[in-house]
Design a protein around this ligand. Sequence first.
Ligand SMILES: [Zn+2]
Length: 198
Amino acid sequence: MTATITPRDETAAVTTNGYRYDRVVETAGRIVRARVLRARYYNESLAVAEVLTEHLTWTRIADDDPVNWWHSTRTPSPRVDPAAVLGPVADQLLRRAATILAPVSTTPTLSPHVLDAVGALVATTYRYDGEQRITPDDMAWATTHGGRLHVIEHDDGSVTFTKAHRDQCPFITSSATQDCDGECDVEDPADAQRRLGR
Ligand SMILES: [Zn+2]
């Protein structure tokens, strides 16, 4: 995933001892700034990316050692354009910061293909205009009976929805390229009822 970086502000300055370029951007809902200082001396130069915290303080999240860019940037002089020279250094820092701050995807979104398959599941289970409201109770019952839901997209475009296998079944782990090993004993709820009734 490519993180989106929206520019917010930039400043540049030239002094007798060096020149600097700062850029503020927004990414992943956070405000991040890159500060790049090209000093006359290598060890006085710096390039850092900082994120604005909820307490409105800046916390460093990435830096770029001057060894990577100091030698290829111009010696300080009044004729230097800081944005032109140091912009690429800021660019790279901000791209790294955006990658670091990019949200971890925890909720996989359903592909249009899988949604089409759900539509077909409803249509073939009920009717072409089928409608079914699934309640939290229905879902609680389903998660405690049968196997966990697995959705397998096959190479030929078909999709299997199944609660008939355990997670470690070869059918599941191989995405249906191998057969079930016959050890999936998903209990019939009616049998469970009888067993508990004894
Ligand atoms: Zn199985």
